[in-house]
Design a protein around this ligand. Structure first.
Ligand code: PAF
Length: 281
């Protein structure tokens, strides 16, 4: 397994693979790999000759009061996991390598951001779109794999790839969960013992909401109230948002129909957790 830190070396390596007729599956990450990342790597491994993984904690997508400095980082651990998963090449650039002193151009996301995390984290998806524009140009993937836990990210990246004609297919991969239903996330390590016990209730609340829709509830506000009450009753978390939209458009739907996403974010003492379910009515 090759670890490359220089963007131009990475691009040349990928160009060489392409010239040999090899297909490239790409998993962009911020590292501290968990089961969710493993499922993306597994999917990429199944479908491609070459699997490329990037590990880069992207400062552009963190707000001033967010956890950029404390975001968990452990290259040695990630290397072991990557090699177990059959990764061929890791791209591991520094911030200086990616952005130099100052960017001349950055990407601004103009749609699908006034909901969910986009509304709560202004500029976050501009940072994601900017780094992915660079990474797609450096890694030259045929397909890039993204977890549906960040469903808004998937919707925005899909929009970006269509709008800008990137020659890459976005492959969404189902959320991987702990046995008790908690969505796997690098941030779960921040949960206190008691919070970890309560955290599966987030997914439970989404399942309750789905059940209520299947039993005939048709308006978003009732679904939101049901979820909010469940979370308040069963956890000490502070609700950041509970929202229902059409998917992937992320438009408000008062009367529920078609493909929808029910998504939530809840703050615990040191971790803000997100989760969602997407289904057709
Ligand atoms: O989902 C993530 O880990 C990040 O947003 C991504 C896609 C690697 C861009 O930095």
């Amino acid at each position: 397994m090759n670890i490359i830190t220089n963007a131009s070396d990475m691009q040349k390596t990928m160009q060489k693979y392409k010239s040999e007729g090899k297909s490239i599956g790409f998993v962009p990450t911020m590292g501290y790999l968990h089961e969710g990342h493993k499922s993306l790597l597994q999917e990429a491994r199944k479908r491609h000759d070459i699997v490329a993984l990037s590990i880069f904690v992207n400062p552009l997508q963190f707000g001033p009061n967010e956890d950029f400095d404390t975001y968990p980082r452990d290259l040695k651990r990630d290397e072991t996991i990557a090699s177990e998963m059959g990764v061929d090449v890791i791209f591991y650039p520094t911030v200086q390598e990616m952005y130099g002193e100052e960017l001349t151009v950055s990407v601004k996301v103009t749609n699908r951001t006034d909901a969910l995390c986009g509304r709560k984290r202004p500029g976050h998806f501009d940072g994601v779109a900017t780094v992915l524009t660079k990474l797609f140009n450096i890694v030259l993937p045929d397909e890039a794999f993204f977890g549906l836990k960040d469903a808004q990210q998937v919707a925005i990246v899909q929009g970006m790839v269509e709008d800008f004609n990137f020659p890459v297919k976005i492959v969404p991969v189902t959320t991987v969960r702990e046995e008790d239903g908690l969505a796997k996330s690098s941030r779960n390590v921040y949960l206190l013992e008691e919070e970890r016990k309560q955290a599966p209730q987030l997914y439970q609340s989404l399942l309750l909401a789905k059940e209520s829709i299947e039993e005939g509830v048709t308006n978003s506000s009732s679904v939101v109230s049901l979820i909010e009450s469940h979370i308040k009753e069963t956890t000490n978390g502070i609700i950041d948002y509970v929202e229902v939209y059409s998917y992937p458009q992320l438009k408000t739907v008062e009367q529920l129909s078609g493909k929808i996403i029910i998504a939530l974010a809840v703050k615990f003492s040191k971790a803000r957790l997100i989760d969602n379910i997407i289904f057709e009515i």
